[in-house]
Design a protein around this ligand. Structure first.
Ligand code: 13P
Length: 270
C-alpha cells in the first residue's frame, strides 16, 4: 500500500532539486505520480516547485479532474500532457516536465538530441526527439508528444522544454538530469569543433548492454522505429529525430562555412 504522504514529501524534494539545479525558472515545471489507474498526485499550478510542502500537492483522476486540492491550489496547467503519457504508457508511474537550459536551447533551435556521444546517454536515453510545438495547457502538446511515446522515455518540446517519464518519480527525474547533461555536453563540444560520435558498432554494443541489464522503458535498442521498418536502426532514427548529425554544425561544416565566407568577402573586396 502506497503512503501518499511520503510520495508528497518526495515530490517536494524533487521540486527542490529541479529548482536548485536551475532546471526551471520561477514557477515553471511540473511533475506527477500515478497512485493507481484513477488517482494521480500532481504539482499545483503557478507556484515555485522549489518551495513546496506536502499540502501543495493536488490529486486528480485519469482525466485530470480534481479529486482533492487544498484551498488556493489547482492542478498544473499541463496536467493534460501528463495524463496522455499515462494513457499511452501503462508502464509509466511518473512524469517530469522542466525547462533545463541546454535541453531547452536545443528544443528552441529545433535540434533533436541524436548524436551518440557518450555511453551513459546512449544506454539510458538512446536519442531524444522533438515533439512539434504546441500551445501550453491545450491538447496541442499531448497530441504532439503522443507519436513519440511508443518509442522514447524522453522528449524535447519544441520552443518549450523537456518531458521525461519512467517507472518512478526518482527515475523520471534522473532522466531529466541525463537529458540536460547530454544536451550540455553536446553544446560544449559544438563550440570546439563538434563531437566525435561513437561508431555504429560501438552504439550497438551499448544497446546490447542495455538489453542485458533488462532496463525498463522504451528505447531504440528495443523499439527503434527505423529497425522495425527494416531500415538501419537509431541513432539515425526516423521517428522525428532526423539523422544524428544532420542538424549539427560540425567542425568540418564550420571550416567550410568559414572558407566560403572568406572567398565571398575577398570577392567583395573587403
Ligand atoms: P504549471 O505551474 O501550471 O504547472 O506550469 C508551469 C510550466 O512550466 C508550464 O509549461
Amino acid at each position: 500500500m502506497v503512503n501518499e504522504y511520503e510520495i508528497k514529501k518526495e515530490m517536494c524534494e524533487i521540486g527542490k532539486r529541479v529548482y536548485n539545479r536551475g532546471m526551471v525558472a520561477a514557477n515553471d515545471g511540473n511533475f506527477s505520480v500515478k497512485l493507481n489507474d484513477n488517482e494521480f498526485l500532481c504539482t499545483p499550478t503557478g507556484v515555485s516547485k522549489g518551495f513546496m510542502t506536502p499540502e501543495y500537492i493536488c490529486k486528480v483522476d485519469a482525466n485530470g479532474n480534481v479529486i482533492q486540492a487544498n484551498k488556493g491550489f489547482k492542478p498544473s496547467s499541463e496536467i493534460k500532457m501528463h495524463m496522455r503519457v499515462y494513457k499511452e504508457r501503462p508502464d509509466v508511474n511518473s512524469v517530469v516536465h522542466a525547462h533545463p537550459l541546454y535541453a531547452t536551447t536545443f528544443a528552441i533551435a529545433g535540434i533533436p538530441l541524436t548524436a551518440p556521444i557518450m555511453p551513459e546517454a546512449v544506454i539510458s536515453l538512446g536519442c531524444v526527439p522533438i515533439a512539434k510545438y504546441g500551445t501550453p495547457s491545450t491538447e496541442e502538446i499531448p497530441d504532439a508528444v503522443e507519436e513519440h511515446l511508443p518509442y522514447f522515455d524522453a522528449v524535447l518540446l519544441e520552443n518549450h522544454g523537456a518531458l521525461t517519464f519512467s517507472v518512478s518519480l526518482l527515475d523520471a527525474y534522473h532522466k531529466m538530469e541525463s537529458v540536460e547533461f547530454y544536451a550540455r555536453l553536446l553544446w560544449q563540444t559544438m563550440q570546439i569543433g563538434g563531437p566525435q560520435e561513437l561508431s555504429e558498432e560501438q552504439v550497438q554494443r551499448l544497446y546490447e548492454i542495455r538489453r542485458q541489464f533488462g532496463m525498463p522503458g522504451k528505447h531504440p535498442a528495443n523499439v527503434c522505429p527505423n529497425a522495425q521498418a527494416g531500415k538501419p536502426s537509431c541513432h539515425s532514427c526516423g521517428n522525428g529525430c532526423g539523422s544524428s548529425t544532420s542538424n549539427i554544425v560540425t567542425g568540418a561544416d564550420a571550416d567550410l562555412v568559414a572558407s566560403i565566407t572568406k572567398k565571398v568577402m575577398e570577392q567583395l573586396g573587403k
